[in-house]
Write a protein of this length. Structure first.
Length: 392
């Protein structure tokens, strides 16, 4: 799948940088164009792979390149004011060569959480290509302001994009881990999972032919349910016996071939279960997901149609969805078989319910504070009038 990736804010820019590194390392060719948008000049200068001409500094007249200080309302205002500056860089993207836009942002800060929904709305108004979001939820120990920002931004972002893929830092941060090293590992996990997912179907000239092809249309159709999506991943190291040559395979007896096929099938079905029931990018109950997509990646000799079909049927039973797609993504020089599962339109998500409650309570507090301020103002006016009365 060919994507135009736009990193909004510090976290978004760093993750786009990681995707470009992943592309260079694996040759997957996912990122057709990469753009980074920020209100902080230092964050843009710290990027290594996003082309300098695609780094957009917004809000210079308001914050002088110093960022918005976790004020996501200010982040949204600046994005609205400077959307033409962002568009001028997006104009250089060969849109006819991409399958979708992907806006990546941390939802706890100010620039990304405030500006990414503004950009999503803008892109959907102009282009016919799908506009997806990849939103990173802050961990609960980052502080109340970040949780509140995420609660506000999530509600707006999910409304403005065609589908919001979510990664919850709270489920991935390790106890006692430093903030910097923790986020470095988290960003690696994000790129690993979404890299395999979006890389499916990107076949080059010398690529192996898949047993059951997954292309960009399968991903687009799975995400077409809208709402919120999560991704599961599981991998197992294997020994690829392809080096023994084609002749040796013809010489092997039928019982050995049958045993190998059974082992391959069992490994695939086991990995599918681990991916779905293990640690998802956004922990949730998989029952009730509207659509799902299963992608198996690894050496061609370790992938087979029977295993993929069994895994797909199991996923169908677990989700209760009749729209479960599946296929493989052969990688000849890989020493791992990996299973990636995209669950789209998930509903039973405790973290989202928690964020929604935070947003409701915050709104109630704001309303109470405003009401109290208005009462205090009225009292002050009355007191002033009482003091002035004797003079007349």
């Amino acid at each position: 799948m060919k994507l135009a990736m736009i990193g909004f804010g510090q976290a978004g820019g760093k993750i786009v940088d990681k995707f470009l590194e992943y592309d260079d390392r694996t040759g997957s060719g996912i990122v057709r164009s990469a753009v980074a948008v920020n209100t902080a000049k230092a964050d843009l200068l710290g990027l290594e792979r996003v082309p300098e001409e695609n780094r957009v500094l917004i809000g210079q007249t308001r914050v002088k390149g110093h960022g918005v200080g976790a004020d996501n309302e200010l982040g949204a205002e600046i994005a609205e004011e400077d959307i033409d500056e962002v568009q001028s860089v997006i104009d250089n993207i060969p849109v006819h060569e991409i399958d979708a836009f992907l806006i990546i942002a941390g939802l706890g800060g100010g620039t990304g959480s405030g500006g990414s929904p503004v950009l999503a709305k803008h892109l959907k108004r102009i282009y016919t290509e799908p506009v997806y979001g990849l939103g990173i939820l802050p961990s609960s120990d980052e502080g109340g302001i970040y949780t509140l920002n995420a609660a506000r931004s999530f509600q707006t972002f999910v409304r403005e994009v065609d589908n919001l893929l979510v990664f919850d830092n709270d489920a991935w941060r390790k106890t006692g881990e430093s903030m910097e090293s923790g986020y470095e590992e988290i960003n690696d996990e994000i790129v690993k999972r979404f890299g395999i997912l979006f890389g499916a179907g990107e076949v080059t000239g010398g690529s192996e032919v898949a047993e059951s092809v997954v292309d960009s249309s399968e991903i687009v159709n799975t995400l077409a349910s809208g709402g919120v999506s999560t991704v599961g991943y599981a991998a197992e190291q294997v020994t690829d016996d392809s080096s023994s040559g084609l002749l040796s395979r013809f010489k092997s007896d039928g019982a050995s071939d049958s045993m190998d096929a059974a082992n391959t099938t069992n490994r695939i079905t086991s990995l599918v279960r681990k991916a779905a029931l293990g640690r998802l990018t956004l922990p949730c109950e998989i029952d009730g997901a509207e659509r799902a997509l299963l992608v198996l990646s690894g050496p061609p000799t370790q992938l087979n149609r029977k295993g993929i079909e069994r895994g797909r049927k199991w996923l169908e039973e677990q989700t209760g969805s009749m729209e479960v797609r599946g296929g493989d993504y052969p990688v000849s020089d890989s020493s791992y078989v990996a299973s990636v599962i995209l669950l789209s339109g998930v509903h039973n998500v405790p973290r989202i319910k928690e964020l929604q409650q935070v947003a409701i309570e915050a709104q109630e507090n704001i309303d109470e504070i405003r009401a109290e301020s208005e009462e205090n103002l009225e009292q002050l006016v009355e007191d002033d009038e009482d003091e002035l009365d004797p003079l007349f």
